[in-house]
Ligand binder design. Structure first.
Ligand SMILES: [Ca+2]
Ligand SMILES: [Ca+2]
Length: 378
């Protein structure tokens, strides 16, 4: 037994140094340039968004939305959320405020549901209301868009939401539900970035409608899109989980085909190759890709002043990589920046009113689902 152990050791060391030598999975122990404070514990949180008064809405996978006050730790359950199917990767997902929230109090959120014909991701809105006794609800909740078609299975719903900087359009991501081909199917919204009006109807002038595509489609050929964010110049950035290898950050432009499942810098989990993105293949290549994967769970474009060196960077929460990942942007180009080991699956990253970074752990695989606040190290 001892001989076997002695023989195995150099192989393990070699494997480790080989991985580090690529520099791609560099969660090596580095001094983090931020201080980390644990603010609260949640049960598998999925997304958060700050209200103008500094409180926040936090979604939990099983279907609860909470009004959270970072000042005193108070959590108030919000009534009015529809029934959620939270099996597998499903759950109550993203939450964002209407661009006119100060006046219209409207909250947009996404969730997976089970209906006749299968399961899918839905987009809903409701009015934020808090009574004088503190009771909080979303009122007149309406589902304003459903992915199509609904199918069997519990994976790759996606469901991220972002408003365009002018507030006129709502971008919504639909994953390919682990069914591959729908990402290239012009009639399906699966594996697509969609552009909608704030009432959930397809926006007029979407780039592929005249070619017979579903009128909501903005771009296609995507896999599991767990982050979209606009930068300060109005460019739309998206991240998606690739298959075995091939996680991507893409610059989203109208009407383009991002390749999945025809091309990917990764390969299928069963070992079959997928041709990599190549110049001239007719597909839009990612600006950054990862192999081994980081498993991107959420995306933030950082516009704050608290970390001046990172203003204009993307931040990604890494699930399997248990990392916070920074991607540097330069116009239409992007490049890998930092990757900090966080010791837990990271689901989402948000920016506080003061420019602090707020990080939600996923709550799976041994982590607690904590809310962390990152501030510059003194
Ligand atoms: Ca791609
Ligand atoms: Ca490949």
């Amino acid at each position: 037994m001892r001989r076997i152990a002695m023989t195995a050791l150099p192989l393990i060391l070699m494997a480790c140094s080989a991985e580090n030598a690529t520099g791609q999975n560099a969660a090596a122990p580095v001094d983090k340039p931020f201080a980390t404070a644990t603010i609260a514990d949640f049960d598998s949180p999925w997304a958060m968004t700050f209200l103008p008064d500094g409180r926040a809405l936090v979604t939990e996978k099983a279907g609860e939305m909470l009004l959270f006050d970072p000042k005193n730790g108070t959590k108030i359950p919000i009534a009015g959320i529809p029934t959620v199917d939270s099996a597998g990767q499903g759950g109550l997902m993203d939450v964002v405020l209407s661009p006119g929230f100060a006046q219209d109090k409207m909250v947009y959120f996404s969730f997976s549901e089970s209906r006749d014909g299968g399961k899918g991701v839905a987009l809903a809105k409701g009015g934020f209301a808090q009574a004088s006794d503190g009771t909080t609800s979303l009122t007149d909740v309406q589902v304003i868009f459903r992915a199509s078609p609904y199918v069997e299975g519990n994976g790759h719903y996606s469901g991220r939401i972002a408003f365009s900087p002018d507030g006129k359009y709502l971008f919504f991501t639909n994953g390919e539900r682990q069914k591959f081909d729908p990402a290239q199917d012009p009639k399906s919204t699966l594996g697509k970035v969609l552009r909608l009006n704030p009432d959930g109807t397809p926006a007029a002038g979407n780039p592929l409608a005249a070619k017979g595509f579903h009128p909501a489609i903005w771009s296609y050929g995507h896999r599991n899109l767990l982050g979209i964010a606009f930068d300060a110049d109005g460019r739309l950035w998206e991240q998606e989980m690739g298959p075995k290898g091939g996680d991507e950050v893409n610059l989203i432009k109208p009407g383009l085909n991002y390749g999945y499942p025809t091309v990917s810098n990764g390969s299928h989990y069963d070992g079959r190759d997928i041709p990599d993105h190549k110049p001239g293949d007719g597909f839009e290549a990612p600006k950054v890709s990862w192999n081994p994967v980081i498993s991107p769970g959420g995306l933030l474009y950082y516009s704050g002043d608290m970390f001046p060196a990172w203003k204009g960077s993307l931040f990604i929460g890494g699930l399997s990589s248990k990392a916070l990942v920074r991607v540097k942007l330069d116009g239409e180009n992007a490049a890998k920046g930092d990757q900090w080991d966080m010791g837990a699956r990271i689901r989402d990253v948000d920016q506080g009113p003061d420019g602090a970074l707020w990080v939600l752990e996923d709550g799976g695989d041994g982590s607690q689902g904590r809310l962390l606040k990152l501030t510059p190290k003194r």
